[in-house]
Each structure stands twice: as structure tokens, then as C-alpha cells.
Design a protein around this ligand. Structure first.
Ligand code: ATP
Ligand code: MG
Length: 229
């Protein structure tokens, strides 16, 4: 039986050079400028050839929360990343059945790509603190380098100590990005209360939210009009 296509970008064709693939995982409900700045600065700092944005199908740590339809989260991810030629969006996790574990994604990518493609998993500061508690942390540490994006003033030593004490040998690169206290939760709340979300994410994503009535249709229509700024 032929395996289903993975819908992953081609990379690694030139065997004489190394390719560096960044993976930006998230729920992306919705994707916002915090995610985009993190990915762009990780790309620059670690000289990544491509950053693959991977909306989670059914996030393991958000099973008890309401998460928007995967197709909507994927569509917004495409819209937000479309203008950057070093960014790509992947259906890989949303096309999988069941709960999404990062280890499964990393294993699949490792099998799919030749050895001259190195994997870099990008996370925000909040996620890096918990890394050692993720499903099969040992396995993850063997498959990828981790890029932890911290804000100015963030206590890197605390994260470092927590990871060291966990006993899992993660290779973590810390990068400092400009502080952006933007979260998807805050965007959802603002939309549902009819408040403006302009400049928190791209106009294309805001248009998609509005057009599809995400996070509360009747309130969004007010955002559309002149009342909210
Ligand atoms: P939610 O509020 O629903 O939890 P979120 O804004 O935290 O959403 P996620 O999709 O959960 O977004 O996050 C995906 C990844 O992006 C995680 O690694 C997270 O740490 C990182 N991230 C989220 N927001 C920011 C931000 N403002 N700056 C830097 N990294 C971020
Ligand atoms: Mg989060």
C-alpha cells in the first residue's frame, strides 16, 4: 500500500550541503504577530532555510478547551505566512488522526527528510519551561535542536536550570526577541467583546476571522463597522 502524501516541502536535494528546517508548532487559534516575529527572528539567528508552521490537529495539552476548526486555523496560518518566501504552512498535524504529540511529528520529519536536513523546533519562552514534561522528551531531544524565544528581561537561567534538572539532554538555543505580549487567547477575547484586534495580527487574518464569524459572529460585525477602532 502506498503511504498517503505528507504534504511536506521539498528540502535536502543537494547532498553536498546542510539544510536547516525550522518547525513552528502551535494551536494558531488564531496565528498572530508574536508567532510571526518569533519564527522570523529564529530563522535569522539560526540561519534556517525554511520555517514550517504546523497547526496542531488536536493539541495534547488543550483537550479540555474549545479549539477552532483545524481548517480555519490552517487557512489563517497560510494567510499570515504567505508573503514570506522562507515560511510555509503544513497540513501534516491536522491531517493526522487523534492527539498531536510533537515527538510523532519530529519522528515523521526525520524519516521523511535525508540526513543533511537538520531539524530545529521553535518555541516561545512559556513552552520551553515545560519541554521536559512533553511526551517522550528524551526522544525529542535526540531528533531536534530547540530554539527558545525569550523576551528582554526574561530569566533564562530559570529555564536552563529547569531543563538541566530534568536530566534530558536538550540542545537549546536561546534567542531574545522584542517583547510582544500578544496571545491568541487575548485576540479571541477581544473579538468576542467587539474590541479591535488590528495590529495584533495581519489584516488578512482579521479579514478571515470576520468573514467566517470566528470567535463570535454578531460581535465581529461591530468590529467591521466604524464603532470599534
Ligand atoms: P493561546 O493563548 O491560545 O495559548 P498562544 O498565543 O499562546 O495561544 P500558541 O498557538 O499556543 O499561541 O503558541 C504556539 C507557540 O508560539 C508556542 O511555542 C508559544 O510559546 C509561542 N508564542 C505564543 N505567543 C507568543 C508571543 N507573543 N511571543 C513569542 N512566542 C509566542
Ligand atoms: Mg499558548
Amino acid at each position: 500500500m502506498v503511504a498517503a502524501p505528507l504534504h511536506l516541502p521539498e528540502l535536502g536535494a543537494d547532498a553536498s550541503r546542510e539544510y536547516r528546517l525550522g518547525i513552528m508548532g502551535g494551536t494558531f487559534d488564531p496565528i498572530h504577530y508574536g508567532h510571526l516575529v518569533t519564527a522570523e527572528q529564529a530563522r535569522e539567528a539560526l540561519d534556517l532555510d525554511l520555517v514550517l508552521f504546523m497547526p496542531a490537529g488536536r493539541p495534547a495539552f488543550k483537550l479540555d478547551e474549545d479549539v477552532s476548526d483545524a481548517e480555519d486555523r490552517y487557512a489563517m496560518t497560510i494567510l499570515a505566512t504567505a508573503a514570506n518566501s522562507a515560511f510555509d504552512a503544513s497540513r501534516f498535524e491536522i491531517d493526522r488522526e487523534g492527539v498531536t504529540y510533537t515527538i510523532d511529528t519530529l519522528r515523521a520529519l526525520r524519516e521523511y527528510y535525508p540526513d543533511n536536513v537538520k531539524l530545529f523546533f521553535i518555541t516561545g519562552a512559556d513552552a520551553i519551561l515545560d519541554l521536559a514534561t512533553w511526551h517522550d522528551a528524551e526522544g525529542m531531544a535526540k531528533l531536534a535542536t530547540f530554539i527558545a524565544a525569550t523576551r528582554p528581561g526574561y530569566d533564562i537561567d530559570q529555564a536552563r536550570a529547569r531543563l538541566t534538572n530534568s536530566g534530558v539532554a536538550f540542545d537549546v538555543r536561546y534567542i531574545e526577541i522584542p517583547a510582544l505580549a500578544i496571545s491568541s487567547t487575548n485576540i479571541r477575547e477581544r473579538v468576542s467583546r467587539g474590541k479591535s484586534v488590528r495590529y495584533l495580527t495581519s489584516e488578512s487574518v482579521i479579514g478571515y476571522i470576520r468573514k467566517n464569524g470566528l470567535y463570535n459572529r454578531h460581535v465581529i460585525e461591530r468590529v467591521d463597522g466604524a464603532q470599534a477602532h
